[in-house]
Ligand binder design. Structure first.
Ligand code: ADP
Ligand code: GLC
Length: 482
């Protein structure tokens, strides 16, 4: 049995701020259990759902030396849907209402976590063949492993893969402070290792010291090796291109299942969607305080409200769309105040056409994916994106910008060949976005048969982990045989 440890700062169902949690919370269940024992290690945050906190069993404790600091670490354990989860406990680091705080706190918190993960392994009697790290918060795992733990035979044959879910967030902080926090040797804070543009960089460290690097779509793997997408690390990505893999995320087909989803007014499948979706649409319109109009083109958005997600294009085109088109928007999300406020403004001006819910709600997210006609995701950049796949699973047609994983997962509609699963535009431009929304609205309104074809293709295309879990297995195997 091959042993794999996934390390992450979040995973559903325990703690989630974004798609990283969906990925780490689902991939382990789809890896072949006869060949791989995949376990997951997370921080034990005070802000985790209480129902889960109450269920954790204490395993052991030890101390982590971080330079002059000596910090307590507890290990707890739980099982969820057949996967073993470990939790690293420290009430000082993992307190608060959010997994992430200020960067100067987070660099110490995740240095502690990364070292604690490695020190826990002999004590929990699990010696992984591969440690699968995710995002900058786990970047120091390969660094500690290959430097300070390097001499210990327990760790000698462990391989690492570092997955980049978002190149934008690198965990950068002052070199002197990071040296003080980590106690890592001064000679690794150089431009070929941990240093980048005068700062210590956790993501860079992870990428330099890991045996392989992966990211969450083939297109994004290419994007990050270019000056425009590389966020300052394009050179490193190009240098490591033989060890850089782009593996498209999957979504959890059990959690996102239109035939069983308990949040829906009426469940449906690809045969019944055309009848039953209308009921869900009407229910969503009622719930969001919009008039129940079957003919209005209902567009959903569920997103972190940041620049990454293309909200400035939406802000620019919203007035024109609302004043000229038979559309309705339902929006769910939190983030930058200027975007939250923008939706509030349009909602007060066009209460029959737009309704926003500023907040986080799993239930509402599912209802939007299931009930809208279309789903808008005009991202500036998108490593993978899960929302467009969740929408397609429910026959809700994505309208996306052709970037990263959006390009790899949405096949653009071709009216001549009657192919495609969604609509897309190329340039990051508000008018291009609006024109493609108008085009989609025209197909929805005037070419029902073609629209229904889009819906059934979107619903029957495979966005599960079936293919991608095999690719991770191949990557693990390649590392193990190295
Ligand atoms: P990212 O990780 O960049 O935010 P993804 O599309 O990969 O983007 O994943 C976003 C995940 O977070 C999806 O599961 C989506 O449903 C969820 N999500 C985003 N905003 C909200 C919200 N306000 N309420 C509930 N779920 C949300
Ligand atoms: C990041 C990316 C998103 C991706 C998710 C899971 O949050 O922004 O595109 O889907 O990670 O990999």
């Amino acid at each position: 049995m091959k042993q794999i440890l996934m390390v992450s700062s979040e995973a559903v169902p325990y703690i989630k701020t974004g798609g990283l949690a969906d990925v780490v919370g689902s991939l382990p269940r789809y890896v072949n259990k006869d060949e791989y024992d995949v376990r997951v290690m997370l921080p034990k945050y005070a802000c985790m759902d209480e129902r889960f906190l109450a269920d954790l069993q204490f395993v052991c404790h030890f101390y982590v030396d971080l330079n002059w600091r000596r910090q307590y670490a507890g290990v707890f354990k739980s099982e969820y849907q057949g996967v073993t989860y470990y939790f690293v406990d420290n009430e000082y680091y993992f307190a608060g209402n959010n997994p992430y705080n200020n960067i100067y706190e987070d660099v110490e918190k995740f240095a502690f976590f990364s070292k604690a993960v490695l020190l826990a392994l002999p004590l929990i009697d699990f010696c992984p063949d591969v440690i699968h790290c995710n995002d900058w918060q786990t970047g120091l795992v390969p660094v500690f492993l290959k430097t300070v733990m390097g001499q210990d035979p327990f760790y000698a044959s462990i391989k690492t893969v570092f997955t980049i879910h978002n190149m934008k967030f690198q965990g950068r902080w002052m070199v002197k402070e990071v040296m003080d926090i980590t106690g890592l040797p001064a000679e690794i804070f150089t431009a070929d290792k941990l240093e980048s543009y005068g700062e210590a960089n956790y993501l860079k460290g992870g990428c330099v010291y890991a045996d392989a690097i992966s990211t969450v779509s083939p297109s994004y793997a290419m994007d990050i090796a270019t000056p425009e997408g590389g966020e300052g690390l394009a050179g490193l990505m190009s240098a490591r291109k033989n060890d850089l893999y782009g593996i498209l995320n999957g979504i959890d087909y059990d959690d996102f299942n239109p035939e069983t989803d308990p949040t829906m007014t009426r469940n449906f499948n690809v045969i019944t969607v055309s009848v039953e979706k209308k009921e869900n649409k009407a229910a969503l319109q009622r719930m969001m305080g919009l008039p129940e109009k079957e003919d209005a083109f209902l567009i959903g958005m569920v997103s972190r409200m940041t620049d990454q997600k293309g909200f400035d294009l939406v802000a620019y085109a919203m007035e024109e769309m609302l004043s000229t088109m038979n559309v309705q928007f339902v929006v769910l999300g939190t983030g930058e105040y200027r975007f939250e406020e923008m939706f509030g403004y349009f909602q007060s001006k066009y209460p029959d056409k737009i309704s926003s819910y500023i907040g986080y709600s799993e239930e509402k997210a599912h209802q939007i994916y299931a009930s809208c006609d279309a789903f808008l995701m005009p991202s500036l950049f998108e490593p993978c994106g899960l929302s467009q796949m969740m929408s397609m699973r429910y026959g809700t047609i994505p309208i996306v910008r052709e970037t990263g994983g959006l390009k790899d997962s949405v096949d653009a509609y071709n009216e001549y060949e009657n192919t495609g699963t969604g609509f897309s535009f190329k340039e990051y431009n508000a008018h291009d976005m609006m024109h493609v929304i108008q085009y989609a609205n025209d197909v929805f309104t005037n070419h029902k048969e073609q629209w229904n074809g889009l819906v059934s293709r979107a619903m029957t295309t495979d966005y599960s982990w079936n293919t991608s879990a095999r690719k991770y297995e191949n990557l693990y195997d390649r590392l193990i045989s190295k």
